[in-house]
Design a protein around this ligand. Structure first.
Ligand SMILES: NC(=O)c1ccc[n+]([C@@H]2O[C@H](COP(=O)([O-])OP(=O)(O)OC[C@H]3O[C@@H](n4cnc5c(N)ncnc54)[C@H](OP(=O)(O)O)[C@@H]3O)[C@@H](O)[C@H]2O)c1
Length: 281
């Protein structure tokens, strides 16, 4: 099976490339932005025609959530039209497409976990542009998986876990938001799930995060408790920490599609975090 990965230099793309390369009977073609800029239609089209992958995992995205508020055109250029380019090319070679999407397609006003069939209503430019990408996938591709995830961390990028551990080296006290809830997700667990999914024909939208949920404050506390870090964490509210882009207050994702299609659920976020921090040492 030939698999093409976009955004392969990113946090998830790199994990996917390494994990899938270690599997038997897979030929992995992994491209970062330097080799495959997805906004270039003919480049995408030519490369996909040449490789003729069975599966495309589209992990490339404009992911700077705050910057997107002032750089709207680029966010849509990459997340909507870049995705269009991937979709057109995938469809021409009848490849399955896996589009990585986000919990930020929801507005976060619910107090119960969102399932795959709940109404989306993104509240920032990043979320809106990723939702535009989802709509394009659904209108242009016959065989697709949309995999929504959240609060991603792993070995290959900037993320909350690394930020907290770095801040702890410099500060005795850190304020962390306690009124936004979501599910931390370890890239390796997500890569394993995507591998299981891509071998099937059980197409559709999937919510794939580690199980359970927490606030950023609880997430930070757990990171420090596992690593025996003494820096004090003080809870604060979203209003205490103003950012250019609004964030959903509650973006916990119910894994209804995983359940109904009899896939094994991803493990609890605390177990995943413990494993990650053990290997990271
Ligand atoms: N991180 C999270 O918490 C999170 C949560 C939910 C969903 N997601 C989704 O998960 C996927 C992977 O995210 P990630 O955490 O791995 O983010 P990431 O580390 O920022 O990876 C995205 C990659 O896409 C690349 N890219 C940007 N513009 C491109 C273009 N025009 N052509 C080709 N590549 C381009 C980026 O390159 P440059 O950095 O050089 O621009 C980066 O290497 C994305 O679809 C994201 O929307 C992430």
């Amino acid at each position: 099976m030939k698999i093409l990965i976009t955004g392969a230099a990113g946090q998830l793309g790199k994990e996917l490339s390494i994990y899938l390369n270690s599997q038997q009977k897979l030929e992995v073609f992994a491209f970062g932005k330097e080799n495959l800029n997805i906004i270039n239609f003919s480049l995408v089209d030519d490369l996909v025609q040449k490789i003729r992958p069975d599966v495309i995992i589209h992990s490339a995205a404009y992911t700077k959530v705050d910057q997107a508020e002032i750089d709207k055109d680029t966010a849509y250029e990459v997340n909507a039209y870049g995705t269009r380019n991937i979709c057109v090319a995938a469809e021409k070679v009848s490849a399955k497409l896996i589009y990585i999407s986000t919990d930020y397609v929801f507005d976060g006003t619910s107090s119960i976990a969102y399932n795959e069939f709940d109404r989306t209503n993104p509240i920032n430019v990043y979320g809106k542009s990723k939702k535009a990408g989802e709509d394009i996938v659904q209108s242009l591709v016959s065989r697709y998986f949309i995999v929504r995830t959240s609060w991603v961390y792993g070995f290959y990028g900037n993320n909350f876990v690394n930020t907290m551990l770095n801040l702890a080296k410099e500060k005795d006290e850190i304020k962390v938001v306690n009124d936004q809830h979501g599910a931390p997700t370890y890239t390796l667990d997500l890569a394993r799930f995507i591998y299981t999914l891509l071998k099937t024909e059980l197409y559709g939208i999937y919510h794939a995060t580690n199980s359970g949920y927490c606030s950023w404050f609880e997430f930070a506390n757990t990171i420090f408790s596992i690593t025996n870090t003494n820096t004090k964490i003080l809870p604060c509210s979203t209003e205490d920490f103003p950012r250019p882009a609004s964030r959903p207050k509650y973006s916990v994702l119910d894994h209804m599609s995983i359940r109904l299609n009899n896939f094994e659920d991803l493990r609890h976020w605390k177990d995943a975090l413990k494993d990650y921090l053990k290997i990271k040492k």
